[in-house]
Design a binder for this molecule. Structure first.
Ligand SMILES: Cc1cc2nc3c(=O)[nH]c(=O)nc-3n(C[C@H](O)[C@H](O)[C@H](O)COP(=O)(O)OP(=O)(O)OC[C@H]3O[C@@H](n4cnc5c(N)ncnc54)[C@H](O)[C@@H]3O)c2cc1C
Length: 302
């Protein structure tokens, strides 16, 4: 029986784990990967203390900090169910079952799929959800970024330096996201922004060869070799049924990161907090751990 299980090792989960280790809580971290979305972002210019750092570098620094405390981490393990049973919380993964007195859910978000014909067929055959991971494969090629928010801008900014031409396919009348990133994308010579445009199909043979779009009601086909889907994110919260969630599936928490079920805390992008950023997720992770610590003390678990 662990005092605390932390699910996820993105900025929220890693920060929670560092705080927990320093409180000498008997803990376990279970996670699919280390770094979460932070490891996927390109240039980070808004994490205090670093005027500039790449996503993979910041994720590595987070990991080094966590490893310094010799925190037990079950990596490449996916939580499939979290259930309260009396005062115990059962955490079931694709490999094992664990028990804890408290849990912090810091499982973040994942990319939303487009749901168009050809998407599944060409996944990893020219279609990808990660510009940081796969961008270099498209050197000198024509590519499309699907989306118009910060993630799409981040992907476009990475691809501008690699690809020949970058089409940004945005289904609203203008790009969203941060003004600084937007103007960098708009000013790039090898970018074509197509507003009011919706992707309707991904086409190809063995690999992607084109996409079909509908722009202002007209169908068009764009020949290209890479598709980067940046069409928003959905919370990884399906594995926990007995906590309150909002209409988007985000876990509802109070100001102390407590969910509707005592002993189950949540932090970061998976929650309904209004902004999704690395520094916010990290701060929320620390708060969630301190609340879990008080919960354990109040229930004489420590
Ligand atoms: C392309 C991109 C660029 C970005 N750029 C910036 C930026 O410049 N500045 C900024 O502040 N923010 C940026 N963000 C947002 C930022 O990365 C997130 O807000 C932050 O990473 C959220 O942290 P988190 O710990 O809540 O979740 P995540 O980072 O999503 O981490 C979730 C963790 O949970 C694990 N997990 C998920 N489900 C399970 C499960 N069932 N079982 C076990 N483990 C699970 C994952 O493997 C991961 O380790 C960017 C995001 C993206 C996608």
């Amino acid at each position: 029986m662990y005092d605390l299980i932390i699910i996820g090792a993105g900025p929220a989960g890693i920060t929670a784990s560092v705080y927990a280790a320093r409180k000498r809580i008997n803990l376990l971290v279970i996670t699919n990967d280390i770094g979460g979305q932070a490891a996927l972002s390109g240039d980070i210019e808004n994490y205090t203390g670093y005027q500039f750092i790449s996503g993979p570098e910041l994720a590595q620094k987070f990991e080094e900090h966590m490893r310094q405390y010799k925190i037990p981490v079950k990596e490449n393990e996916e939580v499939v169910e979290v259930k309260k049973q009396g005062e115990k919380i059962l955490v079931k993964t694709n490999k094992e079952e664990y028990e804890a007195r408290s849990v912090i859910i810091a499982s973040g978000k994942r990319s939303r799929e487009l749901g168009v014909p050809g998407e599944k067929e060409f996944k990893n055959k020219g279609l990808t959800y990660c510009a940081t991971c796969d961008g270099p494969l498209f050197s000198g090629k024509d590519v499309a970024v699907i989306g118009g928010g910060n993630s799409a801008l981040d992907a476009a900014l990475q691809l501008i330096k690699i690809a020949k031409r970058v089409y940004v396919i945005n289904n609203t009348s203008g790009l969203g996201g941060d003004a600084i990133m937007r103007s960098k994308v708009e000013e790039a010579e090898n970018v074509t922004i197509l507003n009011n445009s919706k992707v309707t199909a991904i086409l190809g043979e063995k690999m992607v060869k084109a996409i079909k779009i509908n722009k202002d009601g007209q169908d068009e086909t764009l020949s290209l070799e890479g598709v980067f889907v940046e069409a928003g994110l959905i919370p990884n919260s399906d594995f926990v049924k007995d906590v309150e969630r909002n209409v988007w599936g985000e876990i509802k928490i109070d100001s102390r990161n407590q969910t509707s079920n005592a002993g189950i805390f949540a932090a970061g992008d998976v929650t309904h907090i209004s902004e999704k950023q690395i520094i916010i997720a990290a701060g929320e992770g620390s708060k969630a751990c301190l609340s879990a610590f008080k919960y354990l003390a109040r229930h004489n678990f420590r």
